[in-house]
Design a protein around this ligand. Structure first.
Ligand SMILES: *[C@@H]1O[C@H](CO)[C@@H](O)[C@H](O)[C@H]1NC(C)=O
Ligand SMILES: *[C@@H]1O[C@H](CO)[C@@H](O)[C@H](O)[C@H]1NC(C)=O
Ligand SMILES: *[C@@H]1O[C@H](CO)[C@@H](O)[C@H](O)[C@H]1NC(C)=O
Ligand SMILES: *[C@@H]1O[C@H](CO)[C@@H](O)[C@H](O)[C@H]1NC(C)=O
Ligand SMILES: *[C@@H]1O[C@H](CO)[C@@H](O)[C@H](O)[C@H]1NC(C)=O
Ligand SMILES: *[C@@H]1O[C@H](CO)[C@@H](O)[C@H](O)[C@H]1NC(C)=O
Length: 930
């Protein structure tokens, strides 16, 4: 323990005194928290979440503190993100400021103790962030930077000032460029009347969340993009959150937009954030530009370069400019240079364009009207760009996952004037515009009959008017760093890594598991016998295979990054990116759940990143955030919003739950959870079964509607449970709907086996389905019901409710779990008919395992393993569990191929493996399989 945590700054405070006390009311314990992956070389302040066992701590009676080796005194801000039913804390969020030097051991201990004396929630942050919430603006002073946020107008950031008083950034605004159409080919550019429009942010609301002297402040700015020079409506609503940590010079920005335009006439041709950087009184040769290259590399440029000239100003002068320090006084230079400075051009403008994940280009020019000069580019830019001066300081701005979210870019403009600008492009204006029009014209599929017939061949579920991006969203992360002088490139490289891999803190898997806060259906990796070891190695293979596919199949892009493809085309050696329902996966069969549960048990950094990117994608792009379908998502397809199946199973809030709590309550995901509370209203306007309905029923807003007890109810129930846990503003309504519907299901003669029920949107009750109004007992089991989160949701719900669960709920769920894969004879004996032939038996083996574990029944546990190993559509022990390299002329680029893999099978195998090991692992060694 030689290394020390050194906390920068003057957070003077006494070490906490910890009275020893044996009674249960003042329990004290220390939870180990560590960086996920390698210890970062820089931290700008971090937030994280911690779970707690039921009944142990009550927020207002609990004091949290954090220490790392050598430093008992790290300031900590704590808040509650989730409660157990009894009001004890289930999840807390915490924030720590940046650490100057981070221990190689990398560990922290969060100490928690009950205390009868009320105390401030923020420990040790005596001089934390200072926030002024004024009438016209919010001001946040971290100790390193002071940032103002105007409450109206177009500037989402007023100014960014360093502690030394240098204003290094101002007039931060969102910029949007659009065009009303696209020329269909280059020749028709001359005869198309395309209008080009410019927009800038217009603020509608600014709020700030901060505690007095807390560790962090979160400023939330909402608004739309208003036209600059046209009468187009304001559109593209945004919410931009700024995270500022005490003593940090980094500002984290989470930027979300909702597409509320018209795909046929609102083509986004540029979307970015722009800051002005004051450069007045800085000599041109002291102004620096750092253009980000590959792996922390930078292009070192000065606005007026004095290197490489015919006459040498002197080595000190040259090296100062290269390093970015102030040049020696001109009187010390060779006069053959100083007398001719006016002949050296100043480079006013720069642009870097990352139009593909494989390459970026850079250009610069002296001023508008002059030609652009090509600067040699590279492959994958880190994206963090700096503009500033040696004496006045400057600003670095970076987009996380810059090249993965192509087409992205950076512009520097007016660097030779008194005020330069730096623009980070989330969508590069150098690229072809974002084209969200449907990819086909409907192919004459005018009737449900034709649409269902087309589904038989392309697997796309098409319907005119449903292929709309209206209401989808995208969230991006941007980091800003303020400097009093041009930083060293090594420091910028470290910040570039921070921007692209923001450090994450998490508790140990064993601790998370012990609290049961993420349920009791998973456990730590099991290598206790050769069969479980094989399963663990298969899981590892699958995750690494997908990591490799993201790269070799280039699953990147502004909207696409994070998602996977659904099914492989072994003839073409390519995923079926262009075949209807086989293309983008849109969370089909829950890969989200598999990856997060796999992270919980392993704590692996690579898994965290894969899962995080997936959650950020599926929760935004695959889901509608406004409009009649708010709260529904879109089934898998060629475009994320193309398919006409708009369902809650894709929105499933449980898919966001792990990231939400682990991140300390990510505010954007919190918005998504809140949106989900309106999902049930959609059943009054959109009937998920409209194409196959034979009774002529149509929905009416507010009127009772038939919902499926699997994909529909599980998605609604997850949203209600989350609101109840969070004690959000609608938690009582949510709990009411949850208990009403669950009571209704328990009351159905055949419980979950009934398949559907009549849901009353206005009062939350669930009655027998229209097909069985007298509740005589219907049998309608679908292989899809339990593969969109239902087992996880119900298991957590039953744990949450405990003895308070609606009578009979657990029994009807255990029945469903037992009978889904039971023999026809058993189904017949119990329900009077068999369920017919069902598939996805491998995935459903975890329902059997759940039954076995709840009942302590080892022969049913053995049955679970039989289903896991022997079924007709899952992975088998005979699969190769390996990928092959395909290269040469048969493929575009060399790829790894495993044509026996589909994302459906991966997700359900993964979940079954994890949960069968946790719930039925005890009998694995004895079973006569595989
Ligand atoms: C603390 O609680 C546990 C059960 O939760 C109980 O067994 C134990 O006796 C209690 N200890 C004291 C000092 O009350
Ligand atoms: C512990 O808390 C309970 C409930 O709040 C209270 O009734 C009891 O007196 C407390 N015991 C001690 C030793 O403080
Ligand atoms: C970037 O940071 C991550 C972890 O924070 C580390 O694993 C990785 O090695 C770093 N990369 C470079 C190029 O420093
Ligand atoms: C803590 O106490 C404050 C003041 O009584 C109250 O407003 C707040 O809701 C309490 N928080 C929790 C989580 O119980
Ligand atoms: C349960 O079902 C019975 C009829 O099967 C009905 O009379 C009763 O009202 C139902 N209760 C609830 C809470 O739905
Ligand atoms: C809820 O609404 C439904 C449909 O309008 C109605 O049949 C039912 O009686 C209502 N239940 C309660 C408890 O009000």
């Amino acid at each position: 323990m030689r290394s020390l945590f050194l906390f920068l700054g003057a957070f003077a405070h006494a070490a906490l005194s910890l009275p020893s006390n044996n009674n249960n009311n003042s329990t004290s314990s220390t939870i180990q928290v560590h960086w996920v992956g390698d210890t970062p070389s820089y931290t700008g302040g971090s937030s994280f979440g911690l779970p707690w066992p039921q009944g142990k701590y009550y927020f207002n009676d609990t004091v949290f503190s954090i220490s790392g080796d050598g430093n008992p005194d790290i300031p900590l801000q704590s808040w509650v993100t989730g409660f157990w039913r009894d009001g004890s804390i289930k999840w807390t969020g915490h924030a720590i400021p940046p650490l100057e030097s981070v221990s190689v051991d990398g560990g922290f201990g969060v100490r928690v103790r009950s205390s009868h004396t009320k105390s401030s929630r923020s420990q040790g942050a005596g001089q934390g962030v200072r926030v002024q919430n004024g009438r016209d603006e919010v001001t946040v002073n971290t100790g390193k930077v002071t940032v103002t946020f105007p409450k109206k107008g177009g500037n989402i950031v007023g100014s960014i000032k360093t502690a030394n008083g240098n204003v290094v950034g101002e007039n931060g605004k969102l910029v949007l460029h659009t065009q009303s159409g696209v020329a269909e080919d280059v020749a028709s550019r001359s005869d198309t009347a395309i209008e080009y429009l410019n927009f800038e942010s217009r603020i509608s609301k600014v709020t700030v969340s901060a505690e007095e002297a807390g560790v962090r402040a979160v400023v939330t700015v909402r608004g739309t993009h208003a036209p600059v020079d046209s009468d187009h409506d304001a559109w593209l609503q945004f919410v931009v959150r700024f995270y500022l940590y005490a003593n940090s010079d980094a500002i984290r920005i989470v930027h979300s937009i909702v597409f509320d335009g018209d795909a046929e006439s609102d083509f986004i041709s540029g979307l970015g954030i722009r800051f002005s950087v004051p450069l007045k009184d800085e000599e041109l040769y002291n102004r620096h530009v750092r253009i980000p290259g590959v792996d922390g590399g930078f292009l070192h440029e000065a606005v007026q370069g004095i290197t490489g000239l015919r006459r040498d100003p002197g080595e000190d002068v040259r090296s100062a400019q290269y390093e970015g320090t102030e040049l020696p006084d001109e009187s010390t230079w060779d006069t053959r240079v100083t007398s001719r400075l006016q002949w050296i051009p100043a480079w006013n403008d720069y642009k870097l364009s990352q139009l593909s994940p494989d390459g970026f280009t850079i250009h610069k020019r002296t001023k508008p009207g002059q030609g652009w000069i090509t600067i040699p580019g590279g492959t994958r830019s880190g994206g963090l760009t700096y503009l500033g001066g040696a004496t006045k300081g400057g600003l670095a701005v970076g987009l996380r996952d810059f090249w993965k979210r192509y087409p992205s870019g950076v512009d520097i403009s007016n660097a030779a004037s008194d005020e330069g600008q730096i623009t980070i492009w989330l969508y590069s204006p150098e690229a072809a515009p974002l084209d969200l029009r449907p990819f086909h014209d409907g192919l004459g599929q005018d009737t449900y009959e034709e649409q269902l017939d087309a589904l038989e061949i392309t697997y796309e579920d098409y319907e005119p008017g449903f292929n709309t991006p209206y209401g989808i969203a995208r969230t991006s992360e941007i980091y800003l760093y303020a400097f009093d002088q041009t930083p060293s490139s090594d420091h910028l490289a470290s910040l570039s890594n921070h921007t692209n891999n923001p450090p994450v803190l998490a508790a140990e898997p064993s601790y998370i598991h012990s609290t049961k806060a993420f349920g009791t259906y998973w456990d730590l990796p099991d290598t206790s016998n050769s069969k479980s070891t094989t399963i663990e190695s298969n899981l590892d293979f699958l995750v690494k295979f997908y990591e490799g596919q993201v790269e070799s199949r280039r699953w990147y892009g502004f909207l696409d990054y994070g998602d996977f493809m659904h099914t492989y085309d072994e003839d073409r050696h390519i995923w079926r990116y262009d075949v209807g329902g086989y293309a983008w996966d849109n969370s089909e069969l829950s890969p989200d759940l598999f990856l997060w549960q796999y992270f919980l048990r392993t704590g692996r950094a690579d898994v965290y990143r894969l899962a995080e990117a997936l959650t950020r994608h599926t929760g935004e792009v695959d889901v509608y955030h406004i409009g009649d379908w708010k709260g529904l998502g879109t089934r898998h397809g060629v475009q994320h919003y193309a398919d006409s199946a708009k369902q809650v199973r894709i929105t499933q809030p449980h898919y966001r739950k792990y990231f939400y709590y682990l991140s300390g309550g990510d505010e954007r995901v919190g918005d998504l959870l809140t949106e989900a509370l309106d999902t049930d209203q959609t059943y009054g306007v959109l009937d998920p079964n409209r194409k196959v309905r034979t009774d002529g029923w149509t929905p009416t807003p507010g009127q009772p509607t038939a919902i499926s007890l699997g994909t529909d109810w599980a998605g609604l129930a997850a949203g209600w449970l989350l609101e109840w846990e969070r004690r959000g503003p609608r938690w009582q309504e949510a709990r009411h709907k949850l208990s009403q519907t669950a009571t209704g299901i328990a009351n159905l003669t055949n419980g979950f086996v009934t398949g559907s029920g009549l849901y009353a949107i206005t009062n939350g009750s669930l009655l027998p389905p229209p097909a069985d109004p007298n509740n005589e007992g219907l049998v309608a089991v679908s292989h899809l019901n339990a593969v969109f989160g239902m087992p996880e949701v119900i298991s957590e719900l039953l744990d949450y409710w405990g003895s308070d669960a609606p009578a009979g709920l657990k029994d009807v769920w255990l029945d469903y779990c037992y009978y889904y894969s039971a023999s026809s004879e058993e189904q017949q004996a119990r329900y009077g008919e068999s369920f017919g032939s069902l598939n996805l038996i491998q995935g459903h083996s975890r329902l059997t395992a759940y039954y076995a574990s709840q009942k302590g029944n080892s022969s049913v546990a053995e049955r679970a393993w039989d289903e896991f190993y022997n079924n007709n559509d899952g992975f088998t022990a005979d699969d190769s569990w390996a990928a092959e390299v395909v290269e040469g002329s048969s493929v575009l680029i060399p790829v790894e191929e495993a044509s026996w893999i589909s994302t459906n099978a991966v997700a359900q195998y993964g979940l079954a493996a994890i949960q069968d090991l946790a719930l039925a692992g005890g009998v694995l060694e004895e079973v006569p399989f595989p």
